[in-house]
Design a protein around this ligand. Structure first.
Ligand code: AP5
Ligand code: MG
Length: 210
């Protein structure tokens, strides 16, 4: 299964990717998580990307395309993968096409903008493994630690109202056109993401497995 997750910030891409990754035994590749890791480790890419991510803007295409090309060439991606947060622009989608990899499904999780602020302001993320929680909707059973690896949970730096607004604007102008792009290619699958976490997973499984 080679899958792309589309959807606005806070639509549930990371949360559902985690569930699908366990279900299908394939890795999730999140460009956001890779970039946040690079920022934490103060690598040259991280230092360059920090200014963009802090403002809620997209990191330049050539940087993200480079990250993805390198990651997809690793051995654990050969039998399938879930792309969470890539592609995010038409040039990124075209770059992926040019790698000659056949994508099975492009899953668009639909959530209205009004719900996004609540979702993102209550999000907590594991500082080590990146697992995602929500203070009210999906709390960690280990309190302020991660259920998976017991590391502390943190609030993402870009989950503040001003940056969320900018991320949403950029999503509508630069990423949403990908819905039409993949509809035309014939592999778009749409799942409603406004219900509970479990209802969203059910809707996704239905469109993926029929
Ligand atoms: P990225 O990390 O990809 O962030 P994003 O796209 O803004 O998406 P989020 O991670 O915020 O949301 P999500 O859809 O994963 O939602 P989640 O499952 O966490 O990118 C960050 C930045 O990196 C970008 O702004 C950009 O600067 C850069 N970047 C990354 N990729 C790039 C690229 N390709 N090109 C250029 N730049 C790039 O859920 C959100 C919250 O809601 C959680 O708390 C969760 O528990 C809760 N929740 C989820 N589902 C439900 C539900 N059904 N009901 C109730 N609560 C729910
Ligand atoms: Mg995410």
């Amino acid at each position: 299964m080679k899958l792309i997750m589309l959807g606005a910030p806070g639509a549930g891409k990371g949360t559902q990717a985690q569930i699908l990754s366990d279900r299908y035994g394939i890795p999730t590749i999140s460009t956001g998580a890779i970039i946040r890791g690079a920022i934490k480790n103060e690598t040259p890419t991280g230092k360059m990307a920090k200014a963009y991510i802090d403002k809620g803007e997209l990191v330049p295409d050539e940087v993200v395309i480079g990250i993805i090309k390198e990651r997809l060439s690793e051995s654990d991606c050969q039998s399938g993968f879930i792309l969470d947060g890539f592609p995010r622009t038409i040039p990124q989608a075209e770059a992926l096409d040019s790698l000659g990899i056949e994508i099975d499904k492009v899953l668009d999780i639909e959530v209205d903008d009004d719900l996004i602020i609540t979702r993102l302001s209550g999000r907590r993320e594991c500082s080590k493994c990146g697992a995602t929680y929500h203070v009210a909707n999906n709390p960690s059973k280990a309190g302020d630690k991660c259920e998976r690896c017991a590391s502390p949970l943190v609030t993402r730096a870009d989950d503040n109202p001003e940056t969320i607004k900018s991320r949403l604007d950029i999503y509508h102008s630069q990423t949403e056109p990908l819905i039409e792009y993949y509809k035309n290619k014939g592999n778009l699958a749409v799942a409603q993401g406004e219900g509970s976490l479990e209802a969203t997973t059910d809707a996704i499984i239905k469109v993926l497995e029929g």
